[in-house]
Design a protein around this ligand. Structure first.
Ligand SMILES: [Zn+2]
Length: 232
């Protein structure tokens, strides 16, 4: 059984228009805004304090337009990071692992669940590493990153997400294995053989007379024959 959803699940955070018709979202979340903005904000504020100090030392700078350019410059970085944060969402669906990122979410990276061999925890980053042979990279759309893993970074409760995701991947693998066994059994059922319902003998379809459909081993009828009414 699947354990409870991680607390960081944010229903509806992954855009539904990016899903396939019958695809279902299992877990979806957004990264922590602090992971995207903390460093640019600190750097920008320190940078601006430096300029405030410089202006105190040289008051005539207030009339220099270049001052305002330098003061505003780092905030472009903050703005870009904020837009990237807004565009970033992570989702685990009933068939793939997805990372949507970039300015306004223009990058989409996904990998079918069966590609994932291992889910690693690395600080507040969860890495879905591929277990399939080399050369099978993640499918990237619109400039996503190609590689051997799908990365979810700046996660809230990353450890819980990693446990949940590992469990989900294992369950998926088990389901896939069962499906493969079923397919193989099905192939045998359809393999041109008919079993006698009395003695269990498997009879190749070609060996049965359609005029007298009887089991050669026990003589039991294989099908019930109803006379066909013919109109001359
Ligand atoms: Zn028989």
């Amino acid at each position: 059984m699947l354990q409870r959803l991680p607390a960081s699940n944010i229903p509806g955070s992954f855009p539904r228009e990016l899903l396939f018709a019958s695809e279902k979202v299992i877990f979806e979340t957004r990264p922590l805004i602090s992971g995207f903005l903390a460093v640019p904000l600190i750097v920008s504020i320190l940078w601006d304090l430096l300029w405030v100090g410089t202006t105190f030392a040289t008051p005539s700078l207030v009339y220099n337009p270049a001052l305002y350019f330098f003061v505003l410059l780092p905030w472009i970085w903050v703005l870009v990071r904020w837009r990237n944060w807004r565009g970033t969402t992570y989702a685990l669906t009933d068939r793939r692992v997805v990372r949507r990122s970039g300015k306004e979410g223009t990058k989409l990276q996904d990998a079918p669940t069966e590609f994932i061999g291992k889910v690693d925890l690395d600080g507040n980053t969860v890495r879905f590493r591929f277990g399939t042979p080399a050369g099978q990279g993640a499918l990237a759309h619109g400039g996503g990153i190609l590689g051997n893993q799908v990365i979810w970074n700046d996660l809230k409760g990353a450890a819980q997400v990693q446990v949940f995701a590992s469990e989900w991947i294992s369950l998926y693998a088990l389901k896939l294995q069962r499906e493969r066994v079923r397919q193989q059994l099905l192939a045998r059922v359809l393999a041109d053989k008919v079993s006698c319902s009395y003695c269990g003998t498997l009879l190749p379809l070609g060996s049965i007379s359609y005029d007298r459909p009887q089991c050669p081993s026990c003589g039991a009828p294989l099908v019930e024959i109803r006379p066909v009414a013919m109109t001359p």
